[in-house]
Ligand binder design. Structure first.
Ligand code: SF4
Length: 481
């Protein structure tokens, strides 16, 4: 994955700051509860949501089992339809390919390279905007929420609503202060009403749509049998990017493939209801290669691996590749609601980020190793997921991996000491009994907070549980004579 988030602290440290930000928590609670309630109503409209969900799961599993075949079929169909397919092993390779393709479209000192972008998780994952900026290419986000994030020098914090952590007054201030630096300034006296903010963004973006020669997108789905790409969106900015510029470059993760149009039908029902709580998205754009006199003259598809093949090799972890990026798991997650998206340190926040990022990037860094623990394991994410990804199962699996790797490197000092003490007590019944009796006798003396060491951090936000008045053995003796 990208280096954009490299150096960010481990989840607990980043989350601690976020949980103290009352404004952020208020914004998140309001937004996630609104979306989750609407989603529940949209899902309840269908008689057999569970059947549809299981169908989505089965299609994705079958596709992943034969991914190599479907990818080759897709490549052949895209090429046949006039497009060009590029294969990118990792973020660096994908960024280099896109940069070269943009440079090949011309441009000069008088007319520097500019691209318009459709909201895309894959390009965030590889840090494309930052890479292009370093190469002197301006990339303009055209999705409203992505525009807010870009103008505010911020990072997205939600898959579907990247600026969920901002309220409309904060957005108005960003527009007033920053729009002029990027192009058309905000209108005089801009208010924070949604209609005014949307109109300011529309005017600002219009000139960029009309000027840009290159667009960069991702895709929600790729249909192998015809080589068709599909983008679902709500604002129409995607449609403008996908049809107006002369060159279209789409960067898409290799797992976004579905074999047939029949399979696509299932996901066109699952995704809108799970994400925006709609029966269908206002804009569904599909394109197959290029067509004379209609849409972009050149189409390039960059197929991105970037850790997906290694994820596919893991029998338990591979189910994360079923994800259709609906964000339903984020909206029901109590940890996300309190910590916000930035604490996850990657383009993928929330429960899906906690299982996908450590698989794509590995668990070598402190941040990535902390992500599988960013969960209470309540299971709400699993219930909400439209493709039935058992997120708690993968979290436990990854925790086991992190623990194993730590053990190979000697393990955590305190954990090692605790395990050693526990092993001794468990294998010496008399010692175990004596420790139990001593703990019960001293229960009144045990404080609710530990004033030092690792225990201090643990009890900062919770009390130590009270010990019972008698041990289990004492209770058993009393009640089972
Ligand atoms: S894991 Fe499931 S619920 Fe979460 S974003 Fe992916 S598809 Fe949606």
């Amino acid at each position: 994955m990208t280096g954009v988030y490299v150096g960010m602290p481990a989840f607990p440290t980043a989350a601690r700051a976020a949980t103290r930000n009352a404004q952020l928590r208020a914004n998140l609670t309001r937004a996630t509860h609104t979306i989750r309630d609407r989603r529940a109503r949209a899902v309840a409209e269908l008689e057999d949501w569970e059947g549809l969900r299981q169908a989505g799961k089965a299609i994705k599993d079958e596709t992943l089992a034969h991914l190599d075949d479907y990818l080759l079929q897709l490549e052949a169909k895209v090429t046949e339809a006039g497009g060009t397919v590029h294969w990118a092993r990792d973020a660096d390779e994908a960024n280099r390919i896109v940069t070269e393709l943009i440079r090949a479209t011309g441009g000069s000192d008088d007319q520097p390279h500019e691209v318009v972008k459709v909201k895309s998780m894959a390009t965030q994952e590889i840090g494309l905007n930052e890479h292009l900026a370093a190469e002197g290419i301006s990339a303009y986000e055209t999705d409203l929420a992505e525009l807010i994030v870009q103008l505010g020098d911020d990072l997205p914090s939600h898959i579907l609503v990247p600026a969920i952590h901002k309220n409309r007054t904060e957005i108005r201030d960003i527009f007033r202060e920053r729009m002029g630096e990027w192009g058309r300034p905000a209108p005089e006296g801009l208010t924070d009403t949604p209609a005014d903010l949307a109109e300011a963004a529309r005017l600002h973006l219009r000139e960029k749509f009309l000027r840009a020669k290159v667009a960069v997108s991702g895709a929600n789905f790729m249909v192998a049998e015809t080589g068709t790409l599909v983008v679902l969106e709500s604002e129409g900015n995607g449609r403008m990017c996908l049809t107006l510029p002369e060159t279209l470059i789409s960067v898409v993760g290799i797992e976004k493939i579905v074999p047939t149009w029949r399979d696509l039908e299932v996901f066109l029902q699952l995704l809108p209801r799970s994400s925006t709580a709609e029966r269908m998205n206002p804009y569904t754009t599909m394109w197959t290669g290029t067509h004379e006199g209609d849409g972009p003259k050149q189409f390039h598809l960059v197929l991105l691996d970037n850790g997906r093949t290694q994820t596919l090799a893991d029998e338990v972890g591979r189910q994360a590749l079923r994800c259709i990026r609906c964000s339903a798991c984020l909206n029901v997650c109590p940890v996300y609601e309190r910590a916000g998206g930035h604490a996850y340190g990657s383009a993928y926040p929330g429960p899906i980020g906690a299982i996908l990022t450590p698989q794509l990037r590995g668990t070598a860094s402190e941040l990535d190793a902390s992500l599988p623990y960013a969960s209470s394991l309540c299971g709400a994410c699993f219930e909400a997921c439209p493709v039935a990804i058992d997120i708690p199962e993968v979290l436990l699996h990854l925790r086991e991996r992190v623990g194993r790797e730590a053990k190979e490197h000697g393990g955590h000092r305190l954990e090692r000491a605790a395990m050693k003490a526990a092993t001794y007590a468990m294998t010496h019944p008399a010692v175990y009994r004596a420790a139990e009796n001593a703990a019960v006798r001293a229960r009144k003396l045990i404080p609710k907070k530990v004033p030092f060491g690792a225990g201090k951090a643990w009890t900062e936000t919770r009390d130590l549980p009270e010990l019972p008045e008698q041990t289990f053995r004492q209770w058993w003796k009393e009640t089972h004579r």
